[in-house]
Design a protein. Structure first.
Length: 284
């Protein structure tokens, strides 16, 4: 009998100790303060960057034409030479006698394929004088992207890993055979670093949402098909359900009971629940 009483007493004491420990753990959890980091909610716009590809070409190309067909007696220049307007490029012997072929404008001589002693025709250009200062970029855009471009816009342009500034010089209003709209831009090329035929990437910024409540994307949590954020109110984490309008890598536009100036939790929210005590470590 004594053994039964002793065992019962021990079991009862163990039960009491476990209950006390559970109560203490519950109280500790309620009193626990979670360190968090916050950022200020702001009102703004969500923008995305779009890439439009094209190729460079000379801004002006002038053919070097002959007055009459004949044989090249002497070439004064080579492919790639810089010439000035009225410079003599070649002399031609024809039935009308000797004629001097001159550059029609300043620029670089390209597409010269004939050699001295060869016959050349007046129906085809002897060469092309191209103006590389500046260069033109030819692009084709969709109707929606066309709305993002206007003449005189200055936009970043990437060619072979280097960024340049391009000025939009024309935006076509009629689509070409591919259904796209022709667009031309101009790049300063005084150092002749760029050549015709290079692939160019024009960067255009599109505003997808205006005048929205914007929070860092890291602040938005998703659970059970619902989206929510935590706002710091009176040193507590307040859960606010929101709907996501537009989300980018860094920022997200939301709708909900959140206003500009609120402090939204961006770090530490994984261990939070509505009403948790928090201490802002940074960002308040």
């Amino acid at each position: 009998m004594k053994k039964i009483i002793i065992v019962g007493t021990v079991v009862w004491m163990i039960f009491l100790l476990a209950a006390c420990n559970q109560e203490e753990t519950k109280e500790e959890k309620e009193k626990r303060v979670v360190p968090v980091e916050t950022e200020e909610v702001k009102e703004g716009s969500i923008e995305i960057e779009k890439s439009i590809y094209g190729r460079t070409r000379p801004s002006v190309s002038s053919p070097v034409m002959l007055q009459a067909s004949g044989k090249i007696d002497e070439l004064k220049v080579n492919n790639g030479d810089q010439v000035e307007e009225n410079d003599v490029i070649a002399t031609i012997i024809s039935q009308a006698g000797s004629q001097s072929i001159r550059a029609p404008k300043d620029g670089k001589l390209v597409q010269l394929t004939a050699n001295e002693g060869e016959m050349v025709s007046q129906e085809e250009p002897l060469a092309i004088v191209a103006d590389f200062h500046p260069l033109t970029v030819e692009l084709s855009v969709t109707a929606s992207d066309r709305k993002l471009l206007e003449e005189d816009d200055e936009l970043p342009l990437h060619i072979e890993g280097k960024e340049w500034k391009a000025t939009i010089t024309s935006v076509g209003s009629v689509p070409n055979d591919t259904g796209l709209y022709p667009v031309e831009a101009e790049i300063d090329n005084e150092d002749s670093e760029l050549l015709p035929g290079m692939t160019a990437q024009l960067i255009v910024t599109e505003t997808t949402i205006k005048d929205a409540i914007v929070v860092p994307t890291t602040a938005v949590e998703e659970q059970g098909g619902e989206s929510f954020v935590y706002i710091v109110k009176d040193k507590q984490a307040k859960r606010v359900d929101v709907s996501v309008e537009e989300s980018q890598t860094e920022e997200t536009a939301i709708e909900g009971d959140v206003k500009s100036g609120d402090q939204v939790i961006v770090k530490g929210q994984l261990s939070l629940k509505d009403g948790s005590q928090v201490k802002v470590a940074k960002g308040e």
